[in-house]
Design a protein around this ligand. Structure first.
Ligand SMILES: [Zn+2]
Length: 188
């Protein structure tokens, strides 16, 4: 797996004990309890896997089954000069996700600061996506909208349905101003 399954932003560099090894030494080397993840998620997650009322704080990337419905949304924010675009991510519960699972998803996102991390990373990511579109046009491509939709579909298949990159690409692919943003990137 390329990206950390807890946040989907960086390469994995460590293993997290989903159940803290201090409290559950019997599961310390159990395969499902060893989740490859990035150092930031690992240090944030720490040993607090349960709330004080005994509810799980984090999704388990391999054993929790989250329905393939959109719950991560993104708004694109255009600067006044129309030349730069930023993104703001937010969660919204779809009907197909029941309340107990939804509250784990919300805690997972909140405790790992995922919405803020995604919004911060989006500045670079949007620039890269627009740059890829410019290359596509420079190479003789014309239909940048379907190029973007295809890239979004690939990101969805590779990283997962609610992966932040996939949601961001979809949002860009369907935005009416995306052509202007690409052209402003191509100016010398
Ligand atoms: Zn991570």
């Amino acid at each position: 797996m390329k990206y950390c399954p807890m946040c989907g932003t960086t390469l994995t560099s460590t293993f997290d004990h989903y159940l803290p090894a201090v409290k559950f030494p019997e599961f310390a080397v159990h395969a499902l309890n060893l989740v490859p993840c990035c150092a930031l998620c690992n240090s944030t997650k720490d040993d607090d896997w349960l709330t004080v009322t005994g509810h799980r704080q984090y999704l388990h990337p391999f054993s929790d089954e989250v329905p393939q419905v959109e719950f991560l949304f993104v708004d694109l924010n255009e600067a006044d000069d129309n030349l730069s675009v930023g993104a703001t991510f937010y969660l919204s519960r779809p009907q197909d996700i029941d309340e107990p699972l939804w509250s784990i998803i919300e805690r997972h996102f909140e405790r790992l600061h995922l919405l803020r991390r995604y919004s911060e990373l989006s500045n670079d990511e949007i620039r890269e996506i627009l740059a890829a579109c410019s290359v596509f046009l420079t190479a003789g491509g014309t239909d940048f909208a379907s190029f973007l939709r295809e890239s979004a579909r690939e990101a969805e298949e590779t990283f997962g349905f609610n992966h932040w990159r996939a949601r961001l690409m979809w949002r860009m692919a369907l935005h009416p101003h995306v052509g202007g943003w690409i052209r402003s990137q191509m100016r010398p």
